[in-house]
Design a protein around this ligand. Structure first.
Ligand SMILES: Nc1ncnc2c1ncn2[C@@H]1O[C@H](COP(=O)(O)OP(=O)(O)OP(=O)(O)O)[C@@H](O)[C@H]1O
Ligand SMILES: [Mg+2]
Length: 147
């Protein structure tokens, strides 16, 4: 586990680039990264930075009203073709993800999936997922812990 203090948004963007470039990609299933931390701790900001890294242009900042957003990823040497951003905040249980193609999506190694509020859907999460936790320190500072 690594721990980092991020001093501002710029550093959060740098961290997102670093994180994606250094991912040890799963070979036989989707890459699932759960994002934990309080409201406003930076989960969406991080995901947006990942979307920028992949040159996704139509990224929607707040998918809170949309549970799941899927974006096509063009040209990258990591082998990903889709970025899927899930915000489970409004879900009552993981079962609700099953209607959103969850089972198929997690088996497809072309997918990189980020999930905010994974606690809400823990029954359907595979045992082995990557995790990043975000903690608010002050207005601009965040602590992140990742494996
Ligand atoms: N270093 C930083 N990293 C990330 N966000 C920062 C940082 N400094 C300030 N912010 C601000 O903090 C807010 C983080 O909001 P964000 O929507 O990313 O949080 P969240 O964890 O997704 O919250 P929610 O659980 O409500 O979805 C943004 O307004 C962002 O501009
Ligand atoms: Mg968010």
């Amino acid at each position: 586990m690594e721990k980092k203090i991020i001093k501002n948004i710029e550093e959060m963007r740098d961290f997102a680039d670093f994180y994606v470039k250094n991912l040890k990609k799963e070979q036989n299933r989707a890459e699932i990264i759960i994002l934990t931390g309080d409201l406003g701790s930076g989960k969406t900001t991080f995901t947006q930075a990942v979307a920028n890294f992949f040159k996704i242009k139509d990224y929607i900042t707040s998918p809170t009203f949309v549970i799941q957003k899927q974006y096509k990823i063009e040209d990258n040497n990591l082998g990903f073709e889709n970025l899927i951003h899930i915000d489970a905040y409004r879900l009552e249980s993981g079962e609700e993800l099953l209607n959103l193609n969850w089972r198929e999506n997690i088996q497809d190694n072309r997918n990189i999936i980020f999930i905010e509020w994974p606690e809400r859907v823990k029954e359907v999460l595979p045992k082995k997922v990557k995790k990043i936790s975000f903690k608010f320190i002050d207005e601009n500072k965040r602590e992140i812990i990742y494996d």
